[in-house]
Design a protein around this ligand. Structure first.
Ligand code: SF4
Ligand code: SF4
Length: 128
């Protein structure tokens, strides 16, 4: 199972390193007091992405809106979000890349664990 810290490492190198509000090397350059929704809602984002398996981004976006935006303090009761409307939410802006990073991290871990278990497996001896 991929840990939250492992997901965050992957997101930092793939998203934060290229984010327009990043420092260019994986750090965040948001000013004091501002918190990025990607960091703030990470467990819910992981849940949302892992609840879908689709080649299309639409079903992932539906989960994002329901599970994350639905509880985010930046969204109004009517479902509007000023940060989203002004492309100031990094989670919304980079969402397709975020989905890809989360799924890719999971796949790599599975392949890694698979290769570990096949190296460690013992073929029963048939000799007497
Ligand atoms: S705003 Fe969010 S995505 Fe961008 S660098 Fe900061 S933590 Fe990363
Ligand atoms: S789009 Fe708006 S409501 Fe959704 S996570 Fe970003 S800031 Fe929160």
């Amino acid at each position: 199972m991929v840990t939250e810290a492992e997901y965050w490492d992957a997101l930092q190198s793939r998203i934060c390193a290229h984010c327009s509000t990043g420092d260019g090397s994986g750090g965040c350059a948001l000013s004091n007091g501002e918190e990025c929704p990607l960091k703030k809602h990470l467990p819910l984002i992981i849940e949302a992405v892992n609840s879908v398996y689709s080649k299309s981004i639409g079903p992932y976006e539906e989960q994002l809106r329901t599970r994350v935006c639905g509880v985010c303090s930046s969204q109004s009761a009517e479902g509007n979000c000023r940060l989203r409307a002004e492309a100031k939410c990094a989670l919304d802006r980079y969402f397709p890349l975020i989905v890809h990073a989360i799924e890719d991290t999971q796949l790599k871990k599975r392949l890694h664990l698979g290769s570990q278990s096949s190296h460690g497996s013992r073929i029963p001896s048939t000799s007497k």
